[in-house]
Design a protein around this ligand. Structure first.
Ligand code: NAD
Ligand code: UDX
Length: 445
């Protein structure tokens, strides 16, 4: 039979947990190391500490089959591992937006101490160019006797569809130290075995250098962020010119060179990746004294977008929200996640609260995570309709599927003034106007 491939996954957050469970589903043996006691005990009791559709079932099946284990003992996890993946956080460093590598470096030191034989140390976390070589240096300095190689294998999954993205990726990027061809060949052989099941599904494995792999991740996320900022600016322009951004995006997207995805205008992109990765790429380019003006501008356009959307809500209420009740549908940075990191709802709701608004918010799964981040006086509602009670305006911030089927009549009955600011274009303007609403959306007449 086939030789069992063993991997250790350092970090059981979004990326470590999802990709670890997917590797296990492909038949690999996966030992996840998680040091956060709350997260670890949840995982051990079969509870999933994050909201991600399908993840609980995937973890349960593979844990039960003995292919997926959780622990905090790194030595136990890396014993006999062919590859050790680093999937810890790389949040923006306070002050300059560069990625904070302290968790990655700490993981590298721990791995170095724990290893007993050859393994490939694979970075899955999003890290600046040069980080994989730095990790190799740290491991060499910690354990001069150790035989190992490094690889860069950035992760491209999206929250909310993370399992599908992992099981059927568009591509797998694997960076190796091409300056040392023999080592690169040895590491490539391990990575080929790790990704063998995906090859059967025709996912292209792209082998390249360490620096290129690291940069590909930032370039991809920054390009997508740029696409969103572009369509957001086109939405503004459509409003000024009486054009329709939905038809414009459809027309543009039919050109396969452009593609129809990521052309939805909204309240600005958020999440744990785009805001941080665009900033980090700008820093990387600055340090290399290379121009990166499109990405720098993308960051600025997105920041301005959030403030402008708060302004739009205030304008829709006749220039003031003081003492007015604002119903808010959706708080997370996108649907199908409970992740609030860098959600546009945060700056928008703070602005409204500062302007004197009473906030009545509803989100399907994000309210617990939202509480520490939103204005303290925000009221959290049990249902979407409850948030509309006596509201002077209703604002859509996240396009949760359930909001699309809300009855306009039921909203109209509950609201004080019939104004809707739909920042995700989920409703049909004609239907809303027929129900008597003053209906504003983005980029549509
Ligand atoms: P996260 O904060 O959800 O998870 C990281 C986990 O690692 C935490 O649970 C933490 O307790 C654990 N951890 C930290 N140090 C550890 C150590 N030494 N040993 C064991 N566990 C440790 O972060 P995330 O969202 O999974 O992101 C991880 C990386 O992947 C980041 O670099 C991020 O940029 C990148 N990434 C994230 C996404 C995404 O959608 N979230 C997508 C692609 C790439
Ligand atoms: C992103 C990348 O898509 C993924 O490949 C990478 O691995 C991690 O970062 P994620 O942050 O989970 O994934 O969400 P994504 O679906 O990309 O959305 C990011 C933000 O852009 C959200 O706030 C979303 O609302 C916004 N967005 C997305 C738009 O405003 N319009 C669009 O057309 C698409």
């Amino acid at each position: 039979g086939e030789v069992l491939v063993r991997i250790a996954m350092i970090g059981g957050g979004y990326v470590g947990l999802v990709s670890g469970a997917c590797f296990a589903e492909f038949g690999l043996h996966v030992a996840v190391v998680e040091t956060n006691p709350g997260r670890l005990s949840a995982l051990r009791e079969g509870r999933i500490p994050i909201y991600e559709p399908g993840l609980d079932a995937l973890v349960e099946t593979n844990a039960r089959a003995g292919r997926l284990t959780f622990g905090d003992d790194i030595a136990q996890a890396v014993a006999g591992a062919d590859a050790v993946f680093i999937a810890v956080g790389t949040p923006p460093r306070n002050g300059d937006g560069a990625a904070d590598l302290q968790y990655v470096h700490a993981a590298a030191r721990q791995i170095a101490h724990a290893l007993t034989g050859y393994a490939v140390i694979v970075t899955k976390s999003t890290v600046p160019v040069g980080s994989s070589r730095r990790i190799a240096e740290i491991i060499r300095a910690t354990r001069p006797d150790l035989d190992f190689d490094v690889a860069s294998n950035p992760e491209f999954l999206r929250e909310g569809s993370a399992i599908d993205d992992c099981m059927r990726p568009d591509r797998v990027i694997i960076g190796l130290d091409q300056k040392q061809p023999e080592r690169a060949r040895r590491a490539e052989a391990v990575m080929q075995r790790v990704y063998e099941p995906l090859k059967k599904l025709n996912a292209p494995l792209v082998f390249t250098g360490l620096e290129t792999a690291e940069l590909t991740k930032y370039a991809s996320n920054s390009f997508l962020a740029m696409k969103i900022s572009f369509i957001n600016e086109m939405a503004d322009l459509c409003e000024k010119l009486g054009a329709n951004v939905q038809d414009l995006a459809y027309g543009m997207g039919l050109d396969e060179r452009i593609g129809s995805r990521f052309l939805n205008p909204g309240p600005g992109y958020g999440g744990s990746c785009f805001p941080k990765d665009t900033l980090a790429l700008s820093r990387i380019a600055q340090e290399a004294q290379s121009g990166c003006r499109l990405v720098e501008t993308t960051v600025q356009v997105n920041e301005a977008r959030k403030a402008a959307m708060a302004g739009r809500i205030i304008a829709a209420c006749g220039g003031s929200v003081n003492n007015k009740t604002v119903a808010v549908l959706g708080l997370t940075f996108k649907p199908e996640t409970d992740d609030m990191r860098e959600s546009s709802s945060i700056p928008i709701l703070h602005r409204l609260a500062e302007a004197g608004a009473r906030l009545q918010a509803y989100d399907q799964v994000g309210m617990e995570a939202a509480k520490p981040l939103l204005p303290p006086e925000t009221t959290y509602c049990e249902t979407a309709l409850e948030s509309a009670q006596n509201a002077d305006v209703l604002v859509v911030l996240t396009e949760w599927e359930q909001f699309r089927s809300i009855s306009p009549e039921a909203l109209a009955q509950r609201m004080q003034a019939k104004i809707i600011v739909d920042l995700r274009n989920i409703f049909d303007p004609a239907v809303m106007r027929k129900a008597g609403f003053t209906y504003l959306s983005v980029g549509r007449p």
